[in-house]
Design a protein around this ligand. Structure first.
Ligand SMILES: Cc1cc2nc3c(=O)[nH]c(=O)nc-3n(C[C@H](O)[C@H](O)[C@H](O)COP(=O)(O)OP(=O)(O)OC[C@H]3O[C@@H](n4cnc5c(N)ncnc54)[C@H](O)[C@@H]3O)c2cc1C
Length: 436
């Protein structure tokens, strides 16, 4: 199979890249599960937008404050500059962001944002963005979508990438050749025992980068979300969005006392919760939303309300047991401002990429925004740079595909990501779900 552009990943970064590529290019999108099994679909709280010229400075300040000033200022400024243009496109495409009765967009607040600047669709923002983007994608005749196709390796010459090695659900191994390859494979949560992420996200981008000597950065920068629902039976931790705290929910210890300012940055609140759990020898603390208006809660947080009700908890009456949980990967494949990696023809965007935007701690709702902006930048760079003469070149055969041991490669890939993290985060040694 031959394509101009192969995009690995069907979250916001992958799909928005595809939508911004020249319609004349032949594009493949592959995803290792059903299309919707990405973290984008799970995003609850919202997507940040900069609210006019006067908000740019404050947005930059808030992002740097949350990131402990370890952010790349060039990236933060670039995102501040390009946020409104990209968000306007989402609005134009018809994402059903919440509006007031006069049709004006509503904004919510989350921890460490100095003002309300987050657009949301109830508490299922990611799902509505994903469905809107997917609808647009389905109108594109130049895009082939391959579900349940998993990337195992990159096809490379000593100087460039020219495709991918993959397998389908029948365990058939095949090569796809492409003039450009985009990794939009998301985070690493599937490697952890406790994570809010989809289980199919196992840091494949990091494994492939390591294998081929592509630069990675900050692999120890892993965000634990303060408030995931404590349910020892569940495989994936269900997130209780920060916007609940943004709307006034309080954290309480087992005796009902508040112990921290709920709107401090995520890493600070998470550390406070861990300290409190240790003190009371409890695997959870409580989140209390019972004092908030009941009708407002049921409508504004409809997904959380219904999900927890199924678990016997009515958030308008009951305290919610919560704990910290692996949530987001700030490290990734090092890219430049066009999403280019240091291997020719290979791009990366979204959670798999390291742009330096987040510093040591991501500001709430900044991740979807980064995926959007860098998805667009990757596409614009490819549109400019793609060599039309190379299009549909013949695939260079790599060997005998029937001899490829899928399970061995997958397990080596997982292990290599975990080993890389443990080099700098020995403290996480008991957190992984997969043996070393
Ligand atoms: C519960 C939850 C709530 C969140 N809430 C918010 C929020 O409110 N606001 C915000 O800004 N951020 C939020 N985030 C973070 C945000 O959702 C993600 O960082 C963002 O969606 C990442 O987008 P992406 O396109 O990079 O990756 P994803 O959307 O995760 O997509 C990754 C894609 O890669 C594919 N893939 C992975 N490995 C392979 C492989 N080996 N072969 C083929 N395909 C592969 C997957 O199938 C998937 O299609 C939340 C995250 C979670 C988990």
């Amino acid at each position: 199979m031959n394509y101009d552009v192969i995009i690995c990943g069907s979250g916001i970064a992958g799909i928005y890249t595809a939508l911004n590529l020249d319609k004349k290019l032949k594009i493949a999108i592959i995803t290792n599960s059903e299309l919707k099994n990405c973290n984008t679909y799970l995003a609850q709280g919202g997507i940040t937008t900069v609210m006019g010229e006067s908000d740019k400075k404050a947005f930059i300040k808030d992002t740097l404050y949350a990131g402990g000033n370890e952010n790349n200022l060039e990236t933060v400024k670039l995102i501040a500059e390009e946020s409104e243009r990209n968000i306007a496109e989402l609005v134009e495409m018809g994402v059903p962001f919440n509006r007031d009765k006069d049709g004006k967009l509503l904004y919510t607040r989350e921890a460490a944002h100095s003002k309300r600047r987050i657009l949301y669709s109830d508490d299922q923002t990611g799902k509505y963005i994903f469905l809107t983007l997917l609808k647009k994608l389905e109108e594109r005749v130049n895009v082939d979508i391959f579900e349940e196709v998993e990337i195992l390796d990159l096809l490379v010459t000593p100087t460039e990438v020219y495709g991918i090695l993959a397998h389908d659900k029948e365990k058939k191994v095949f090569e796809i050749c492409g003039t450009k390859v985009v990794l939009a494979t998301g985070g690493i949560g599937g490697l952890f025992k406790n994570s809010t992420n989809r289980r199919n996200l196992k840091g494949i981008g990091i494994a492939l980068a390591k294998k081929h000597g592509i630069k990675i950065a900050d692999v120890g920068a892993i965000q634990f979300h303060p408030t995931a629902f404590y349910d020892p039976k569940s495989e994936r931790r269900f997130l209780i969005s920060e916007s609940l705290r943004g709307e006034g929910a309080k954290l309480r210890d087992l005796d009902g006392n508040r112990f921290i300012d709920e709107l401090l940055p995520r890493d600070v609140v998470a550390a406070g919760i861990e300290k409190n759990k240790k003190k009371s020898s409890s695997p959870f603390v409580y989140l209390d939303a019972t004092h908030l208006d009941h009708d407002f809660m049921k409508n504004r947080f409809v997904g959380i309300y219904n999900n927890l009700l199924k678990n016997g908890i009515d958030i308008t009456k009951d305290l919610i047991p919560v704990t910290t949980s692996q949530h987001y990967f700030m490290g990734g494949i090092q890219v430049d401002m066009d999403g280019k990696t240091d291997l020719k023809n290979l791009y990366a965007c979204g959670e798999v990429a390291f742009t330096g935007f987040h510093g040591k701690n991501r500001l709430a709702s900044n991740s979807l925004l980064e995926g959007l902006i860098f998805g667009k930048r990757v596409a614009e760079s490819i549109n400019k740079k793609i060599d039309k003469n190379k299009i549909n070149k013949d695939c260079k055969r790599k060997g005998r595909l029937e001899q490829v041991d899928i399970e061995k490669i997958k397990s080596e890939n997982d292990k290599s990501v975990i080993d890389e993290i443990l080099k700098v985060r020995e403290d996480l040694k008991d957190e992984f779900s997969i043996g070393r």
